[in-house]
Design a protein around this ligand. Structure first.
Ligand code: COA
Length: 159
């Protein structure tokens, strides 16, 4: 079965992530959304909350599974026999870091291939940090995150 792994912090999941997951689900037989730890970041939502939010946001897509893993992405891939990583590219500025990650992951496990999917134009500006910034000031999240997640995110920021 052709499986793609879509890794990220998803703190929280945004409409931009959902765009990539949806499009990947049309290209691959199964998409495994893997919530991983980015050591450089201090998440607002726990790993369990992020997994739960992704499950809610993707419940209408049959061939999507959501999991979490606390080690290296390359080890997760090897352990599960996966070889394809999907990443979204929003702008040229994403490319340098993503290229470095793709090369690192394939140096760690040579069966890995990274496939880049360009972000849809409407989500190019979006990131999890933008969502948290807007939520902090009780701004409108409707265009930024799946509607089922709006109330929970607002609650976390005290609204
Ligand atoms: N739409 C909207 N936002 C998007 C997006 C899209 N299509 N694609 C990426 N983003 C956002 C993310 O939300 C994130 O926003 P933030 O910086 O505000 O949190 C930002 O763009 C960067 O995304 P990404 O590059 O995917 O980083 P990440 O932190 O979400 O995920 C991991 C990085 C977790 C996949 C990576 O650190 C990892 O693999 N960790 C495990 C350890 C490991 O193997 N490290 C690599 C080898 S050293």
């Amino acid at each position: 079965m052709q499986v793609a792994v879509y890794p990220g912090s998803f703190d929280p999941c945004t409409n931009g992530h959902l765009d990539i997951i949806t499009r990947a689900s049309h290209m691959f037989e199964k998409v495994v959304v893997a919530v991983l730890i980015n050591e450089k970041k201090h998440p607002v939502f726990t790993l369990e909350e992020r997994v739960e939010m992704l499950k809610i946001a993707t419940k209408h897509i049959e061939n999507v599974e959501v999991v979490s893993f606390s080690g290296l992405l390359a080890d997760f891939m090897r352990k599960n026999g996966y070889s394809v990583i999907v990443k979204g590219l929003r702008a040229v500025s994403d490319f340098e870091y993503e290229f470095q990650m793709a090369l690192t992951n394939s140096a760690l496990y040579d069966k890995i291939e990274t496939v880049f999917i360009p972000s849809s134009a409407e989500f190019m500006f979006l990131s999890s940090s933008i969502v948290k910034e807007v939520a902090k000031y009780n701004g409108d999240l409707d265009a930024l995150v799946p509607e089922e997640l709006v109330a929970g995110i607002k609650r976390r920021f005290g609204y």
